[in-house]
Structures are given as C-alpha cells and as structure tokens.
Design a binder for this molecule. Structure first.
Ligand SMILES: Cc1cc2nc3c(=O)[nH]c(=O)nc-3n(C[C@H](O)[C@H](O)[C@H](O)COP(=O)(O)OP(=O)(O)OC[C@H]3O[C@@H](n4cnc5c(N)ncnc54)[C@H](O)[C@@H]3O)c2cc1C
Length: 246
C-alpha cells in the first residue's frame, strides 16, 4: 500500500517576543493558536509574503520543547540572505508570518526511545538538538544524553545560561562546548575542527542513537568520524542546514 504524506495547512504565527542569542542570532517566540505540538527535532516551513504578492519560503527547526499554541525558532543571520536578516533584524512583536508543520519524520527524538543519545551540533545546528535536550529535561525519563556542541568562539554559543544550568544540575546529561576558531585560555583542547578524540564512541555510551546537525560540510565530516569511532551507520541521523557554512 502506498503511504500518502500528510499535507499541513499554513497557520498564522504572530511574533510574541524575541531575544538575541549572539550578535547575529535571535530566538523568536511565536504564538500559533492552531499549533498542536511537535516531536523534538522536527522543523517548520515558514512563508513570508511581500505587499506585491512575492513569497519566500525557508525551513527552520523548532527550538522549543513541544508546546501547543506556541513555538520558538532560533535563526542565524546569513549575510546577503533573503529571509534570515528579516527574521533576525526586522521582525518585531506583533508581526505575523505563515508557517506549516511539524515536518520531518526521521530526525526526531521522543520520550519512548530508551537508548542513550549522542547529539553533535555545529553552529546553528544546535537548534533541533536543543529541542531534544529540552524535551528530555522536561520529561521523567532517565536516558543519558551527551551533547557535543561546536561553535566558532564562545561568543557564538546559543542558549549559554540554559546549557550551563542543565550541565550543572543533570548528572545524566553531559555537555561539551568546543571551539573551531578561538576558545578560552583554560581549555585543554586547542581550537580547531572536530576530531575523533572529540566524539564519544559507542563503548563510552552503550549503543547510542546519534543526531548530527549543522552546515552540510560539518555534517558530512562528522558522520564519517562517527563511523570511524565505531557508531553503526544506521544509528546516525543527520540534518543539513545548507551550504558549507563555517
Ligand atoms: C530542515 C532545515 C532546518 C533549518 N533550521 C534552521 C535553524 O533552526 N536556524 C537557522 O538559522 N537556519 C536553519 N536552516 C537554514 C534556513 O532554512 C536558511 O537556509 C537560512 O536561514 C538562509 O536563508 P536566507 O534566505 O537568509 O539565505 P538565502 O537567500 O537562501 O541564501 C543567501 C546566500 O547564503 C547561502 N546560504 C543559504 N543557506 C545557508 C546556510 N544555512 N549557511 C550558510 N550559507 C547559506 C546561499 O547559498 C546564498 O549564497 C534550516 C534548513 C533546513 C533545510
């Protein structure tokens, strides 16, 4: 029997609040009265319509844990981009856009999954992984989570305070922040690209479900490293956000 893909209607979303995560990235909190919730890791399509009827559509991962009636997105400005600068720099509370979803059936984590989880994010690729971490922290399950988060510098880290609080308060959640360009003087690891030693192997965690997200080049090289480290290809789920990026 052939499966038909669900068709999601466009919903009206109104910006309720927004705050900077870094100099170039912002979290946007939308009120979406007809939103029924999502699985952590899923994304939405958003549609902007200009006065002359021209439309632009892009995909954004949901950053928040599932909440009927509202959701948060975190958007990094891509310079010369058509949509991201509008979302980060121009949109103000009360402005509306259209969105549809939740989309994506493969890159999802739900509370009924019992294996340990390894999350590997590069740059804005942290966003769907943060939704998984938030869902995990909010739930009563005790599945170990390990987040490896690669950013250019400490100033490029999203969700700084919340990650610090989770790392301090949850003994079954490990959070490694790594830097590609420049780090902090006390770091034992010098800044640089993600390497084999930065990734836990399956023996450190038990067989794990692995989620990797970020720019295309980061995701491809990380997936290769994870397999070299001994993770089974079928256990590795990936989401690519776009061109090579940083
Ligand atoms: C499933 C999915 C989920 C996503 N979730 C997020 C998210 O949570 N947060 C987020 O910030 N982005 C996310 N993205 C990326 C987002 O959809 C857009 O591609 C991004 O915001 C750029 O759109 P733009 O209109 O500003 O740039 P465009 O006008 O599309 O492109 C302008 C220039 O930038 C280049 N470019 C396009 N996208 C990227 C990119 N991602 N990195 C580097 N260069 C790029 C283009 O090649 C072009 O040269 C996601 C993408 C996918 C497919």
């Amino acid at each position: 029997m052939q499966r038909t893909k669900p068709v999601f209607p466009w919903l009206t979303a109104e910006l309720r609040d927004s705050w900077l995560e870094t100099r170039t990235a912002k979290t946007l909190e939308f009120s979406v009265p007809d939103w029924t919730g999502h699985d952590a890791g899923q994304h939405v399509d958003i549609k902007l319509t200009a006065e002359d009827g021209y439309t632009a559509q892009r995909s954004y991962s949901v950053a928040s844990a599932s909440t009927p009636g509202s959701l948060q997105l975190t958007v990094e400005t891509v310079s010369e981009g058509e949509v991201s600068p509008y979302l980060v720099e121009t949109m103000v509370p009360g402005d509306q856009l259209q969105l549809r979803g939740p989309l994506g059936g493969w890159f999802r984590w739900t509370e009924d999954l019992t294996e340990p989880v390894l999350l590997v994010g590069g740059g804005s690729g942290i966003v769907p992984l943060m939704a998984m971490l938030r869902q995990r922290v909010r739930s009563t399950v005790e599945v170990p989570f390990h987040l490896v988060y690669m950013a250019r510098t400490p100033d490029h880290i999203f969700y700084t305070n919340e990650l610090h609080t989770i790392a301090e308060s949850r003994k079954d959640v490990t959070i490694d922040r790594l830097y590609s360009r420049s780090g902090v003087p006390t770091d034992a690891r010098p800044p640089g690209r993600l390497g084999l030693d930065d990734l836990p192997g399956p023996t450190d965690l038990g067989p794990a479900r692995v989620y990797v997200c970020g720019p295309t080049g980061f995701v491809e090289s990380t997936a290769g490293l994870l397999q070299t480290r001994g993770h089974e290809p079928h256990a590795i789920r990936t989401e690519r956000f776009g061109p090579s990026g940083g």
